[in-house]
Design a protein around this ligand. Sequence first.
Ligand code: PLP
Length: 374
Amino acid sequence: MTTRPPAEIGMPLDEVDTPALIIDLDAFERNLARLPARIAGSAVRLRPHAKTHKCPVIALQQVARGAVGVCVQKVGEAEAMVYGGVRDVLVTNEIVGQQKLRRLAALAHIARIGVCADDAGQVGALEAAAAEARVTIPVYVEVNMGGNRCGVEPGEPALNLAGQIADAPHLSFAGLQAYHGSAQHLRGWDERRAAIAQAADKAGSTRDLLARYGIACPVVTGAGTGSFEFETGSGVYTELQCGSYIFMDADYGRNLDHDGAPTKTFEPSLFVWATVMSRPAQERAIVDAGLKALAFDSGPPLVWDEPAASYERASDEHGRLALSAPTNRLYIGDKIRLVPGHCDPTVNLYDWYVGIRNNRVEAIWPITARGAVY
Ligand SMILES: Cc1ncc(COP(=O)(O)O)c(C=O)c1O
């Protein structure tokens, strides 16, 4: 069941019910504009990852600012994007099982739907689904950049798979999926630069190998919020898949820029709005946002509005804030903003974004692909 929105248009922020997922629209729009500005003049194109926001309203804003389309991870996310009006979607993932493949192929009737493969049997299954639906599906060979998740090894294994795709009557070889996920949160600038230099080397030599065998590789796609400068300057990557840049989160905020200071490229724009529900002691306040309102896989949220407070411990429906100094805030009923540790899985806990400008509700957007895990 979709929950009812915690707010109404025009309502003051203070009246928005909690826990709610709020967007600071000014900060969000600055992030939205900053990435295209940073890559302007380069040859790379932007294909933001919609697994972050799961919301076609946001995807269409990204397209309006020059993105060629979006990425998703799941067929359900692809359906949400296509039905929401996005006409070019890349599933940066392996899709397994006849039911999912049929849904994927059905989407190809109304939009360009790319998908990844890292296995010969899967290429066969994709071909069968595309043939049955009478569509042609662009397929990208996923190459292991060092993250040891999905992906064939660079070089010959990628060449063999690309050849099989190119030969399949209902598939077209579209390029290399070369995302290096484990580089994104390496804290140091130089560490990230070195990791992406290695990835670009692997992707570039694989692309050149394909060319020697007569297989053109139109796209090398990858990159995230933590590394996009390096892929942009690599001369190998042609598309960027950054997702978190629109919102940022506490974990990305710990990455360091070239000057050694915490990154300022993008700013937090996504917050969980929470209420103090108990103040049992001077040094302790309890908020109504716990494990069911925030993702904790990348650590606790930051307390944005009160420097003396840190989010110390979560249980299902409670969050314990520790106060290191006296404050005249955080009494029962007070509301505060928390910056999630990890934006994507936090978004997946909510049905609605509440967009705030000048302390008023300006927008309420459905998180259409919330829970779209199949
Ligand atoms: C395949 C893929 N591409 C791109 C990204 C980049 O996302 P972000 O910019 O949020 O790090 C991710 C994140 O996990 C991913 O899995």
